[in-house]
Design a protein around this ligand. Sequence first.
Ligand code: VG1
Ligand code: CO
Length: 611
Amino acid sequence: MASVALRLNSLLQSPPQHVISTRSPLLARDHLLLSRRAPFPRLLVRASSSASPILKVESIPTKPYEGQKTGTSGLRKKVKVFQQENYLANWIQSLFNSLPLEDYKGGLLVLGGDGRFFNKEAAEIIIKIAAGNGVGKILVGRDGILSTPAVSAVIRKRKANGGFIMSASHNPGGPDYDWGIKFNYSSGQPAPESITDQIYGNTLSISEIKMADIPDVDLSSLGTKEYGSFTVEVVDPVSDYLELMETVFDFQLIKDLLSRPDFRFIFDAMHAVTGAYAKPIFVDQLGANPSCIMNGVPLEDFGHGHPDPNLTYAKELVQIMYGSNAPDLGAASDGDGDRNMILGKGFFITPSDSVAIIAANAQAAIPYFKSGPKGLARSMPTSGALDRVASRLQLPFFEVPTGWKFFGNLMDDGKLSICGEESFGTGSDHIREKDGIWAVLAWLSIIGEKNKGRKVGEKLVSVEDVAMEHWSTFGRNFFSRYDYEECDSSKANQMIEYLRDLISRSKPGDAYGNYTLKFADDFAYTDPVDGSVATKQGLRFVFADGSRIIYRLSGTGSAGATIRMYIEQFEPDASKHKVDAQVALKPLIELALSISKLEQFTGRQKPTVIT
Ligand code: VG1
Ligand code: CO
């Protein structure tokens, strides 16, 4: 690979006989004519029969677009925005312009996505630009499918230089909805802000796209295609990921649970990417009944759904789990398979509790953690339930800003193995992304372990029992999040500025209703590994009894502004643990609405989603 890289390198740097300055109609026709001949790629790219391959690269002039700034997780916009001429190409080329040459020249990249509308066209654009910039090989999931955790797993297993994920995650898909692109680095983690800021800078001055003149690649069948010095390999989207899961979990333990006649499991793939993983993993490997998979076929528009596994958007599953004769464990995952929701019979596990419960039980139930987790971490707005587990298990603990990219350094440095976000994200250092299927397997392992040896007819330890037992040991952190989606941006910003000003004037000891302020701030984080600093990561009001109110603007939306309001209060008294979170938190929620004057600023009387 290295010598090919060098040759390609010098070719790309050497002038024009191999480089055509613009696309011409003649070229397009040539392209068509040639593509009917076999084997087309060799004809086009081999200048001679010698071992020295030449890939024809076009230089396409382009103009910058405004607003290609990466948010919490990748660049997300409406499909129609991405369909503008060169919009995606500009961003991809700007990415290559931002990476050090040695990170991709002659190197290996991975490409996959959640199967949403526009992925097919996007994959072809990305492949051609990767080839045009001298990438040696690209591994693509069949039909362009790879979940976000699977991309991370493939990057790590194949020692790739990085990878692209074509997904707007939990945002809806289809011609009128959202599309997105994320880039992950060589340990499989989302690109850090130092890179995404550079990409954004480059999008503002881009003038040229380097695109290889190769035909569209057929991504529907497995195998390798060579285009001179550039290779495309279409891989099975499941096998590397499944292999990894087998090393993390005790599959026999889960099989034993799933084969019990007194245990029923249901998984809602929400017509999103985990549809491709659910049957091979839960049914074929773990013996679950095929009828346990709902909405298992990935669709370009997620069946008109909003592939966000929460109580509002996964309502079909929620109805089943709260209905009569509900299964024992219900789970769902989002568009790109990195989020998860866990439900028991008529019982919702908040993601903040889920990560704490997984961490507390990991050593007993999951072979990957047989020596115990190295450390625990959560995003700032996630409840403090995990902090209590860390302190009891005497583990290093970290609080990072919202977004999975902040966990990667801690994992690479051996400081962290289990972490989570309140936004239905849970995961570990087996990869560098949150992982929906992993979380479901973790819960199946915990329930399996707790019921090991129980005879049919004996009462099983339920999801609810596990949560109650956890709360009686650690206390309960009541938590809720209110989302106000698609607010008017300027009004949402005014509210945030108003709160910033209030914070600058606040001091410890101030009274807020019945609560006494401990401190209020705008969360900033210094990465303990590389010293990088992230500021303005959420406005916090922390009270003397540990209760918290947090406000942030979402960085993943594609229209208007989404305000997120997070509320948390600790309750040590076990006799109060069964209270509904909305009831327990009512006074604090009212205080949060009044402090922020949210209704006054936005005109919204009700949130769009309550978690
Ligand atoms: C949201 C969540 C955040 C998560 C991010 C990406 O970001 O709050 O915790 O990491 O989505 O998740 P924001 O900025 O909208 O609050 V995913 O599943 O979209 O990759
Ligand atoms: Co996601």
